[in-house]
Design a protein around this ligand. Structure first.
Ligand SMILES: Cc1cc2nc3c(=O)[nH]c(=O)nc-3n(C[C@H](O)[C@H](O)[C@H](O)COP(=O)(O)O)c2cc1C
Length: 165
């Protein structure tokens, strides 16, 4: 068995962009969660996937919800990534219900937050869900996608960085 520490250390060598997944629950409450386990899946139809830890609030929201937005973060949004990625049970974590305080956003067609200054907004309808270990792979069919000018925020080996060129 590969230990969790080894697994993290090895997977951390795979540099990625950073996304914040947003969704509105059945009571109309906003939710957001930082995720790097995101990738595209299919071109026709356009599908993306995100792996969501089953212990998170976002997991509960997407179990029942039909829509979510993937906000791809730009290089200036490290603070936002930390805010939506700390988990309230951890030290320094921000309570889930306070994460949107002071954060600028508009709303997509589903009502989910489109965060200001993101590099791209990908509006999805839930297409499929697959339980995989302690996560669920949530596949989304892309209904709307918008790209904006800017540079990406990069996550590598447990820290944030930026493209050099
Ligand atoms: C850089 C970064 C990447 C993360 N990627 C994921 C991910 O892909 N999937 C996931 O479920 N959680 C991921 N997390 C952890 C969640 O963002 C974190 O557990 C979440 O904020 C928990 O919120 P809650 O438990 O208060 O609902 C990541 C956190 C950070 C900081």
């Amino acid at each position: 068995m590969v230990s969790p520490d080894t697994f993290r250390s090895v997977i951390g060598r795979f540099a990625s962009g950073v996304a914040i997944i947003t969704a509105v629950d059945e009571a109309g409450v906003d939710h957001g969660m930082t995720a790097t386990a995101f990738c595209s899946v299919s071109l026709i139809p356009p599908l993306v996937q995100v792996c969501v830890d089953q212990s998170t609030t976002m997991h509960r929201v997407l179990e029942r919800g039909s829509h979510f937005v993937v906000n791809l973060l730009s290089s200036g949004q490290e603070e936002l990534s930390r805010r939506f990625g700390s988990g309230e049970t951890r030290r320094g974590g921000i309570a889930e219900e306070e994460r949107f305080d002071g954060v600028g956003y508009t709303r997509g067609v589903s009502g989910a937050a489109l965060l200001n200054d993101a590099l791209a907004h990908i509006e999805c309808q839930v297409f499929d869900r697959h339980v995989a270990g302690d996560h669920t792979i949530v596949v989304g069919e892309v209904e709307l996608a918008t790209a904006h000018d800017g540079r990406p925020l990069i996550y590598y080996r447990g820290g944030y960085t930026q493209l050099e060129r």
